[in-house]
Design a protein around this ligand. Structure first.
Ligand code: NAP
Length: 242
């Protein structure tokens, strides 16, 4: 990962969103020719997608990957990266976003709100090798993963907490459950984060990931952006303009 130079346009992450100025504990240079908006996913969503698929999910070509919230900021990157690495991709999204997911290259798209989501996945595949689970679908993800070898990388809890017991893991879902938090990865395994960002910039150079096109809101409309996010009405990244 290259070091930022004084005066360079950077994109970063830290506490203090919804502000015009903030201290960034971690930042990377905005790729040459990109605007700040286009680079917004670079420090959180795209590394999360990449880490879930590779560092933790260990995807290999020919495997089948189930990606939840596939029309979202993280999900869109995950679909593109998983396809690039040779996976068959099943995305889930609310019905109005299915065309977006297919246009990204997903092989199948399913309704994320369906009560029969696990059955829908099993009908397509018989069991997926890897799930990128972002919330609200943990039970379906565990049920849809291949017994013994399937991995479920849990990246979020949109929709609230879900419980899993030792009984579940022994008698119902004999799968690998892997927790993920990007902040912890950055702090405790900086070398892995460095490798991850190196891989990410390689994917950008290869054209796998291209400049993002976030939906923009005026800073004063922050609450509106959050309300739309909560209502599952958004597609891709959201940006507040200072
Ligand atoms: N662990 C980490 O370090 C890390 C880092 C980045 C992101 N994340 C997590 O990754 C997930 C995606 O983040 P993102 O920023 O890219 O957001 P996003 O996917 O752009 O937006 C959220 C999407 O999640 C889906 N969703 C499912 N159940 C939901 C619910 N009950 N309420 C709201 N949305 C729900 C909706 O898609 P559909 O309606 O189309 O299903 C919604 O549009 C989040 O859970 C986030 O916390 C984790």
């Amino acid at each position: 990962m290259s070091e930022a130079r004084l005066g360079e346009l950077v994109v970063g992450v830290g506490d203090g969103a919804f502000a015009e100025y903030m201290v960034l504990p971690a930042a990377v240079p905005v790729p040459a020719g990109w605007t700040a908006q286009e680079a917004l996913g670079l420090m959180v969503n795209w590394p999360t997608a990449l880490a879930a698929l590779t560092t933790l999910g260990r995807v290999v070509a020919g495997e089948t990957v189930l990606i939840h919230a596939a029309a979202g900021a993280t999900g869109q990157a995950a679909v593109k990266i998983a396809k690039h690495y040779g996976a068959t991709v099943i995305g889930t999204a609310s019905p109005g976003k299915h065309e977006v997911v297919l246009a990204l290259g997903a092989d199948h798209v399913l309704d994320s709100r369906s009560d029969a989501l696990a059955a829908d996945v099993l009908r397509l595949t018989g069991g997926v090798d890897l799930v990128v689970e972002s919330g609200g679908t943990l039970e379906a993800s565990l049920a849809a993963a291949e017994r013994v070898t399937g991995r479920v990388v849990v990246t979020g809890l949109a929709g609230g907490e879900a419980a899993i017991t030792n009984w579940d893991l022994v008698y119902r879902h004999q799968v690998h459950v892997i927790g993920f938090n990007l902040g912890v990865l950055i702090e405790t395994a900086p070398h892995l984060f460095g490798e991850l960002m190196g891989e990410l910039f390689g994917l950008i150079a290869a054209g796998v990931l291209s400049p993002g096109r976030p939906t923009t809101y005026d800073l004063a409309d922050g609450p509106k952006a959050l309300a739309e996010l909560e209502a599952r009405a958004t597609v891709g990244k959201l940006a507040l303009l200072p």
